[in-house]
Design a protein around this ligand. Structure first.
Ligand SMILES: Nc1ncnc2c1ncn2[C@@H]1O[C@H](COP(=O)(O)OP(=O)(O)OP(=O)(O)O)[C@@H](O)[C@H]1O
Ligand SMILES: [Mg+2]
Length: 245
């Protein structure tokens, strides 16, 4: 039985504070759901709660309601809206949101946890490319991902390589490895007035632009590796944390 947190005596609050996150982004911590190993809960990192984020903003941005600073709440709305508008096909490319939960580390979003065939948590595209280069399975998955993303016109901000995970299957010896790319962060309409949401043609153009920039990022990363550069701050999972216990 997991230990209870200080605030969860009388509620169904999920206790995370004694658990180790499997990954950390710039804003959030990611945990395996204590009650369902196939799910991921993302909560704000300490110091990055909606109230703390709003307090660091100047006028007029600090007038926005508090829930507009809650990345997980926004992500839940975005994932649900994209799924409703683009249909089940989009779930090949993005996670499904199972809604928000209360945790002892603040509100969290529950999504499916992306894992490989060997049941370990999938690594990011950044980590994959850094460790393996542009091998045949990842090239094939990129060749499938680029047109699929553009033809569905999935709304996103920049497609950053640490916000895409690589699901690896057929890891048995002798089998050809297969990779699938899933974008786990940075989704949605970035503009104040999301014209691309209502004009499909514009959505395709925008998605095409994101893909072009993503191709540039893949090339830059491989060049950085070749010239002895670094990969950045986030996007690597410690191998020990990939194991779901
Ligand atoms: N559903 C998932 N399945 C597997 N791994 C995931 C999932 N969601 C997130 N991750 C891992 O957790 C890391 C951090 O998650 P995420 O990008 O959502 O955090 P963030 O703090 O919002 O990121 P950013 O720094 O881009 O703002 C990812 O880079 C990825 O390795
Ligand atoms: Mg991220």
């Amino acid at each position: 039985m997991p230990a209870s947190g200080p605030n969860d005596k009388f509620t169904n609050m999920i206790s995370l504070h004694l658990r180790k996150p499997f990954a950390k982004g710039g804003n959030r911590l990611c945990f395996v759901h204590p009650d369902n190993r196939g799910m991921c809960i993302k909560v704000a990192r300490p110091g990055f709660s909606p109230a703390e984020k709003r307090s660091r903003k100047g006028f007029p941005k600090n007038l926005k309601p508090l829930n507009r600073f809650d990345d997980s709440q926004i992500e839940h709305e975005v994932l649900s809206t994209i799924h409703a508008e683009l249909g089940d096909e989009v779930l090949d490319l993005i996670p499904r949101s199972y809604g928000m939960v209360e945790t002892d580390m603040g509100p969290g979003i529950v999504t499916n946890l992306v894992t490989d065939e060997d049941h370990q948590i999938s690594i990011t595209l950044l980590q994959y490319l850094w460790e393996n280069g542009l091998d045949a399975p990842i090239q094939k998955s990129l060749d499938q991902f680029y047109p699929a993303w553009q033809s569905l016109a999935v709304p996103s901000r920049d497609l950053l390589l640490h916000n895409i995970v690589v699901q690896q299957t057929s890891l048995e010896a002798g089998d050809e490895k297969q990779c699938r790319l899933i974008v786990i962060d940075g989704l949605g309409w970035s503009d104040m007035i999301p014209l691309a949401r209502f004009f499909k043609g514009l959505a395709h153009v925008k998605a095409g632009r994101k893909i072009k920039n993503m191709k540039g990022r893949v090339t830059s990363l491989l060049e950085a590796k070749q010239s002895g550069g670094s990969w950045g701050i986030h996007g690597f999972i410690d191998p020990k944390k990939r194991i779901i216990s």
